[in-house]
Write a protein that binds this ligand. Structure first.
Ligand SMILES: *Cc1c(COP(=O)(O)O)cnc(C)c1O
Length: 471
């Protein structure tokens, strides 16, 4: 004899309505009209399956209520909504890390998003010249802007800077030797290692100097008939301090000219405007590398430039032209959405006043202490209305991030909270699980919200989320 509970559950399972019954009910039909037949059928099927499994698992009799179509439809709706919610969703970044690789690096300027919506809703002039009607190269519009902004003779663009570095090495030094300082054999987050990229590109690495000191004579001694290229890599994410020496780009270019060798400069981030007024002194400018005579300069679109992910290459017509002819170029080519966003972002650079206002990356770096203070007071006031939350404003530091400007901290203010009944970790986890996701820092025994990286209206959203989470 089976125990009473189990036989009861069997009964209940038998009494579960069919998918057709639930979907065919008036409420089911209303849901079909709103969400479409297929998603509703799928949701109901899943919900019934889960209910059946639950009844089998517990051996418990369910109340008649769970068997009603309305209750099953409610469960189905939740499944349907969870499936339709974008997984790659918006995040409120209160970490204070401006170029947070995990959160998508640079926030795109509004004009880039608007231009995508207005110019890419239909066909676009991607590879056709409107005057002649003939085919052109797809990055023409961006090339002119890059040449103008960097002073370079030629320019092109690929999918990201790792790709830019790879194709440049593969073009300039395939099966030959590249001389690079031991102090510049960097790994950039996500396992981008210069020695490995070099190997993949088919170039052979010749290391010179030591970790902390490399002189121009070290490069010169390593030059052989097999040498194809002198490479400088910006040590984006670390800094060697103390007893150090490195060859300048000018010295490398002079050495290259003497031996008939091209020089490549991988800037990583690279900047198109002087960030010294904002306290950022050691991020190399693309213009400086071009002026110094580098044959190829590579940099990212979504680091300090503040645009979409892209690998930008500027330099001499001879070498940029050769890179464009490499079959790898097709494999690394940029799509029309990215090109549109890049063009709109670069256009901001033609007007410095507009740039400071409209490029989020720059606006965040350049935010005045008064503005930071104002935003902190505003957020603190909002959070003080959340029950059981203790709120204070503390001095702290924001970071540029994205492997740019190593060790550079920008003074900021954070709104620091603690909850009377919730642990810091559970609060931070609930904020991440919230829609929209909220990323804060858990430090100094508090949850910290750095106001520097918040966008318009996000303070109110954080307050609303905390009310909901801690209710
Ligand atoms: C970030 C970086 C790269 C890789 O650029 P992505 O745009 O992330 O592909 C390459 N080299 C240096 C020096 C960098 O800092």
């Amino acid at each position: 004899m089976s125990p009473k509970g189990a036989s009861n559950a069997n009964d209940v399972r038998r009494r579960l309505p069919s998918v057709d019954q639930v979907v065919g009910s008036p409420a089911g039909q209303a849901m079909v009209r709103e969400h479409g037949r297929e998603p509703v059928v799928e949701g109901v099927r899943e919900e019934l399956g889960a209910l059946r499994a639950r009844l089998r698992g517990t051996g418990q009799a369910a109340s008649g209520k769970v068997l009603e179509p309305s209750s099953i439809l409610a469960g189905a709706l939740q499944r349907l909504q969870a499936r339709q919610a974008p997984k790659l969703c918006r995040v409120i970044n209160a970490t204070g890390v401006i170029l947070h690789t995990g959160l998508g690096r640079a926030v795109l300027p509004r004009t880039a998003l608007d231009t995508i919506a207005s110019e890419q809703a239909g066909y676009s002039l991607l590879e056709v010249d409107r005057d002649t009607g003939a085919r052109t190269i797809r990055e023409t519009h961006v090339v002119e802007l890059l040449k103008r902004l960097t002073g370079a003779e030629a320019a092109t663009v690929v999918n990201n800077n790792a790709g830019a570095t790879m194709i440049a090495l593969a073009t300039l030094a395939q099966s030959r030797e590249v001389i690079v300082s031991r102090g510049q054999l960097v790994e950039i987050g996500g396992s981008f290692r210069i020695p490995e990229v070099m190997e993949m590109s088919g170039a052979r690495l010749v290391e010179v100097g030591t970790t902390n000191k490399t002189y121009i004579q070290d490069y010169e001694r390593a030059i052989k008939p097999e040498t194809a290229l002198l490479l400088r890599v910006h040590t984006s994410n670390f800094r060697v301090i103390g007893f150090t020496a490195s060859a300048s780009l000018e010295e490398l270019v002079a050495l290259g000219r003497k031996h008939g060798l091209p020089v490549m400069d991988d800037l990583g981030s690279g900047v198109l405007v002087d960030l010294a007024p904002f306290g950022i002194l050691d991020e190399p400018g693309v213009v400086d590398s071009v002026k110094a005579g580098a044959d190829v300069v590579t940099f990212s679109g979504d680091k300090l430039l503040g645009g979409p992910q892209a690998g930008l290459l500027v330099g001499t017509s001879r070498w940029i032209g050769a890179i464009r002819k490499n079959p790898l170029f097709r494999a690394l080519r940029v799509d029309k959405l990215k090109l549109t966003a890049l063009e709109a972002t670069l256009k901001l650079y033609l007007d410095r006043d507009r740039l400071a206002r409209e490029l989020p990356t720059l606006a965040m770096i350049a935010m005045s202490p008064e503005e930071i203070e104002r935003r902190a007071l505003d957020l603190a006031a909002r959070l003080k209305s959340v029950p059981a939350l203790s709120v204070e404003i503390l001095d702290d530091a924001s970071e540029v991030g994205g492997g740019s400007v190593p060790a550079h901290m920008i003074p900021t203010k954070v709104v620091a909270v603690r909850h009377a009944r919730r642990s810091l970790e559970s609060l931070a986890a609930a904020l991440r699980a919230h829609t929209p996701c909220i990323f804060a820092r858990v430090q100094r025994e508090r949850v910290l919200f750095d106001v520097r990286t918040l966008l318009e209206g996000e303070g109110a959203e954080i307050a609303a989320a905390l009310v909901r989470i801690t209710a």
